[in-house]
Ligand binder design. Sequence first.
Ligand code: PBG
Length: 327
Amino acid sequence: MQLTTRLRRNRASEGLRRMTRETRLDVADLVYPLFVHGGDHNEPVASMPGVERRNVKDLVRECREAFDLGIPAVAVFPVIDPAHKDEKGSHALSPDNLLFRALSEVKSAVPELVLIADVALDPYTDHGHDGMLTKDGRDVDNDPTVEMLGRLAVKEAEAGADIVAPSDMMDGRVGAIRAALDAAGRTDTCILAYAAKFASAYYGPFRDAVGSAQSKPISKATYQLDPANVREALREVELDEREGADMVMVKPAGPYLDVIRAVREQTKLPLVAYQVSGEYAQIHAAARAGWLDYEKCRDEALLAIKRAGADLVITYFAREMAEASKS
Ligand code: PBG
């Protein structure tokens, strides 16, 4: 056979494969999501092996260790006592909101670690939706919710959040949050918009972790994107960018690699992809059954998200990836 082009030449040894590798995952690309609760002891999350609801002290310890491993940022999610939940999510703005204490303790213990706080009402509402309901209780009420999100974002920034991340998908929230932050003198607080957030079944384990499963028969599909739509996702990104987002997100990540690629081509903003709880659970479950190689699938899933065009990946694997890169 007279072949002049043999692509296998560049693949012949590990040295050559390393030289020709196009995508790398670096510890600096990782964001580590963590759950904090008001209990005394840590509680494992059954559907997310290795993930715990931590008390504030343990959250601070975990954050310091993550920072020492080279992870630049964490996203902190509160598990709110059901006794504090109501129809409007009022506890979000209470000075007793556990999230504010957690943020301020982490910020004072590990000031250089970048702190991200979700802006949404689902941890605080008794129905588990990301906003308050309309009078007839049949939908989430956009404009009063947005007004409240602006106030929540300011309190998060005051407590120590460097980045606020609206994850609610209400219309107009990025602009309203920017205006509220600026009016409060928080001109340096970044907004990471969950711009293309899909109404996905992959959030199930997360809702177990924070106890936000929806009890009312309203679907998040009235505010989160239809999984079928990529052009609409691009409109969301465009709008959030125009309203003042500093970074944009696509979520989930693995099942939406085409959306990540399309957003990458549209925007110059830093692009964050959230490898969500269900993606994490899936890899663990298959590995437990002995059906997939845990580490190889984990690494491949994360690499694919970067290859699609994400600059940063929010992943529950962050800590172990950082540890693996050291060894
Ligand atoms: C809340 C929020 C959710 C996630 C992050 N912020 C759940 C939801 O919208 O129902 C999901 C993250 C995950 O599944 O890991 N607004």
